[in-house]
Ligand binder design. Sequence first.
Ligand SMILES: NC(=O)c1ccc[n+]([C@@H]2O[C@H](COP(=O)([O-])OP(=O)(O)OC[C@H]3O[C@@H](n4cnc5c(N)ncnc54)[C@H](O)[C@@H]3O)[C@@H](O)[C@H]2O)c1
Length: 180
Amino acid sequence: MKSPKILLTGAGGYVGSHVLQLFLEQDMPCVVLDDLSKGHRQALPSTIPFFEANIDNEKVLDELFESFTISGVLHFAGFIEVGESVNDPLKYYNNNVVSAIPLLEKCRTFQVPWIVFSSSAAVYGEPKTAPIREDAPHSPTNPYGMTKWIFEEMLRTYETLHGVRSISLRYFNAAGAYPK
Ligand SMILES: NC(=O)c1ccc[n+]([C@@H]2O[C@H](COP(=O)([O-])OP(=O)(O)OC[C@H]3O[C@@H](n4cnc5c(N)ncnc54)[C@H](O)[C@@H]3O)[C@@H](O)[C@H]2O)c1
């Protein structure tokens, strides 16, 4: 029987590598997928299975999903620079939306029960009130925020049509560092 593991995409990056540390402290079995376009190999302990590839790489996705029973996905992989997204919007639509479709499809095919998506407060644009309520209107003011909103909507569709449950965390400027 294949061992169940939680898949962390983008765990070579800032937020994902911190979550990975916390998971390892709790002995949560994990596997990581990251193309290291922005992440760091040294953030990934050699004890965990690591697939160095883009989240749209069908061959690697097949190998990963066939090797392990994926019991859930924490999806951190994505480009995150607002200014760059304004200068080069297609780079962001491609990486944050288009590239994520093969990953989503694999979740459907392999009946992954849930996905936690690293969305962003950028989906709200310029909020009219603070603190921002969860149900405040969506009005992204840049392509980065738009890619997050689009992917949230795609996740809602996959939940409704295919039963892949999801939650989108709209956090804002994560800060701090793991003591180690
Ligand atoms: N840092 C924040 O304050 C913040 C706030 C809100 C939301 N987020 C979201 O959280 C996630 C992680 O942010 P971060 O600050 O850790 O960014 P980061 O750039 O440090 O990490 C992103 C990781 O994803 C990988 N990656 C990017 N595109 C990929 C792809 N197509 N295939 C495989 N790997 C890919 C990179 O190599 C990197 O390791 C992002 O989705 C970001 O939008 C971050």
